[in-house]
Design a protein around this ligand. Sequence first.
Ligand code: GTP
Ligand code: MG
Length: 347
Amino acid sequence: MTAPVGQPTQLARIGLWGAPQSGKTTFLAALNIAAISQPTVPGSPSWIVIGGDDDAGAFLSENTDLLQSRHVFPSATPGMTALSWRFIGPARGGRLAGRPLRRGSRPENMVFVVELLDVAGRYFGSSTPKNSLPSSSVFDEGAGLFDGEPDAPDEWELLLDHLSMCDGLVYLFDPVREQRNSDAYEFFQRTLEQVTRRCFEANRLRGGKLPHFLAVCVTKFDEPAVFRQAFRTGVVLTGDEPERIPRVPDNLAKTFFDRLCDEGHEGSARLVRGSINNYFHPDRVSYFVSSSVGFHIGPSGYFRAHDFANVVKTGGEARIRGAIRPINVLEPFLWLEESTRSAARKR
Ligand SMILES: Nc1nc2c(ncn2[C@@H]2O[C@H](COP(=O)(O)OP(=O)(O)OP(=O)(O)O)[C@@H](O)[C@H]2O)c(=O)[nH]1
Ligand SMILES: [Mg+2]
């Protein structure tokens, strides 16, 4: 991947991790819309996301269309797709930051390239397939999928090599699936052990822990059950924008994750938390509460507590009700990029 001459480019290798149907592909599909819907606050940088190659560009445009115009979710990922994107924004902290431009001078770009693999969640699982329990959730997506071993061991090796070499990881924790299946740990620990082994063998561990930055994203915040639990936990604030969209601010996201872990069945989420604490440096972990589709905003033009579900199930298929308004989808990537860049500066 090369950038046009003269463009300061940072390569951020970012891994995406999450159980089957935790929303990985949708998260990536919503990136474009997340980028173009950033609030236009004067002085705050805005980003555009473009494909680093034809395949990644096609992924973005096809999936944006799927979500926004056809109101359906992407299909379950069958195998593994390598994607590369350029995030382009204004230069930060550079020579020209905060200073008016001289006449005729061009503002500088900040470009960072994200390379990741979108893989079927079953790749992260254990060798013993776990049967889904009967659903108690309104949204029963993914039940009945075979969550077993990937067919091609080479792909599993490729995924582990990729995750080991990444600078940052986006880990999607799906509270809906966890409530139903209690298997987050199963899809976390096996991969974690293998990645740690590779990092140890490559002498990449730092102080006995993984070198990666980790963005833990609690997904599907728009789901009524998830939203209500966040509300009961007291971590939901109303946004300043005219739509008054609720959010969990980043400094309270860990409190919500902790609550989900403490209240989870069978202790699986609690074990995930224990592993995060054990394997990653605490100052390299950040928490986000995210939704790829966001809340439904009806004709009133603002969030209404009795009618906010943006996903409906018709004939067994989950459909999106209206416009999507991603929440905390772009932010984990920006945090990872900024964190890896500042860590590289300190080295
Ligand atoms: N409510 C809600 N549901 C979501 C959201 N994102 C995904 N989903 C649901 O989760 C399902 C799975 O999403 P995917 O993005 O395919 O999940 P994945 O992790 O890529 O799944 P695999 O590729 O099978 O591992 C979708 O079909 C939706 O039903 C979200 O932001 N909100
Ligand atoms: Mg997928």
